[in-house]
Design a protein around this ligand. Structure first.
Ligand code: SAM
Length: 343
């Protein structure tokens, strides 16, 4: 194969990465994948343009890019291209699919993308860019994330969509059946809690989150015959109710070391003897040389929060310092991993 020095193929592909992301995001925002899923037959660019209210030229160029990256299929009949969805687009990109990543994509496109526009400053200053991007104080992470009702809903949609595809691996990483009362601290929309309740029907699962989040969860994410309960609270300032198992999913990576230690000590005190804590995070390799997606998440934490991603040894040390023992680590091989420790 040709050397990168002869011609920078790989480098050029990386430089183009943002265009690929934005092409998929834009197709999602336009409702293209929903239209292709609902359509009984392949559609030409004129038909798509008319239904979505776009220019024909614009949508044709976008469709052709999506064909090139194998997210849309094409067949040419009498010289006219007719487009249809692939199975992957139907399953993960259409809004109505139970495994839809639509909410994740909207958040990436409308919130993460503008934040990453200020990555230079984030790296230079070593702190998040909420102030520069949204005019909100950098210390109050969740005031920035929840800066409007619409933003709260979008963020909760993002959190929710992860567990639709990754939740089952997390709740089955260890046998959790012995834990009869479970509290998901900062459990947001309740998506992971629902996966847990489904897997362990004899356990009682409660989501504890900030009052406004709990109210929004109940209004917008509740399900018929919901198997989980909600409790309004504040895990830093308020009481942590007693339980057998506490879930901390994507909580530790938001905060500075001392806050995490304080939180884990509080959990240790509240925890029933023999109980435990289950941490769900994306784990770095011990030598920090990957996985690339987790390194990217860590950069994202720099831009948006006060935390970062860590290798397993960091969590083991935090948990041990807080009084937990028998720390077990399970890499799922997907986006998120699980760590279990006992009181
Ligand atoms: N655990 C969820 C998940 O993995 O999808 C949500 C993770 S999100 C990064 C952090 C969560 O912590 C949010 O739902 C947020 O509302 C909640 N949170 C932040 N500060 C909190 C506090 N002081 N007390 C309770 N929940 C808090």
């Amino acid at each position: 194969s040709q050397s990168e020095l002869d011609y920078p193929f790989k480098l050029l592909e990386y430089l183009n990465g943002f265009r690929i992301s934005k092409a998929i995001f834009s197709a999602c925002e336009l409702g293209l994948f929903d239209l292709l899923l609902q359509s009984q037959k392949p559609l030409n660019a004129a038909e798509v343009a008319q239904t979505l209210g776009t220019s024909e030229d614009g949508i044709e160029r976008l469709l052709d890019v999506l064909v090139a990256i194998e997210i849309v299929d094409v067949e040419v009949v009498h010289g006219t291209a007719h487009y249809s969805s692939t199975d992957v687009a139907n399953l993960y990109l259409a809004k109505t699919s139970p495994k839809s990543l639509h909410d994740l994509i909207i958040y990436y496109s409308q919130t993460i993308y503008p934040l990453w526009n200020n990555l230079v400053d984030a790296v230079r200053d070593g702190k998040n860019q909420n102030e520069k991007t949204f005019g909100l104080p950098s210390e109050e992470i969740f005031s920035a994330i929840y800066r409007s009702e619409e933003e709260m809903l979008k963020f909760m949609g993002l959190m929710n969509s992860t567990w639709v595809i990754d939740g089952h691996d997390i709740v089955t990483a260890f046998d959790l059946s012995r834990f009869k009362s479970v509290i998901d601290l900062g459990g947001c929309s309740g998506a992971l809690a629902r996966e847990l309740a489904k897997e362990y029907p004899s356990s009682t699962v409660t989501v504890l989150d900030l009052p406004a989040v709990v109210q929004t969860a109940q209004q917008h994410f509740a399900q018929q015959d919901d198997t989980i309960g909600f409790q309004e609270g504040d895990f830093f300032e308020g009481e942590i109710p007693p339980a057998d198992l506490y879930i901390l999913a994507r909580i530790i990576h938001d905060w500075k070391e001392e806050k995490n230690l304080k939180l884990l000590r509080k959990i240790h005190t509240a925890c029933h003897p023999g109980g435990g804590v289950l941490i769900a995070e994306a784990l770095l390799f011990e030598n920090r040389r990957g996985p690339t997606t987790v390194q990217m998440f860590s950069l994202n934490m720099l831009v948006q929060t006060e935390g970062k991603e860590h290798p397993p040894s960091h969590y083991t040390r935090l948990l041990t310092d807080a009084g937990f023992r028998d720390v077990q680590v399970c890499r799922t091989g997907k986006s998120y991993d699980a760590i279990l420790a006992f009181k």
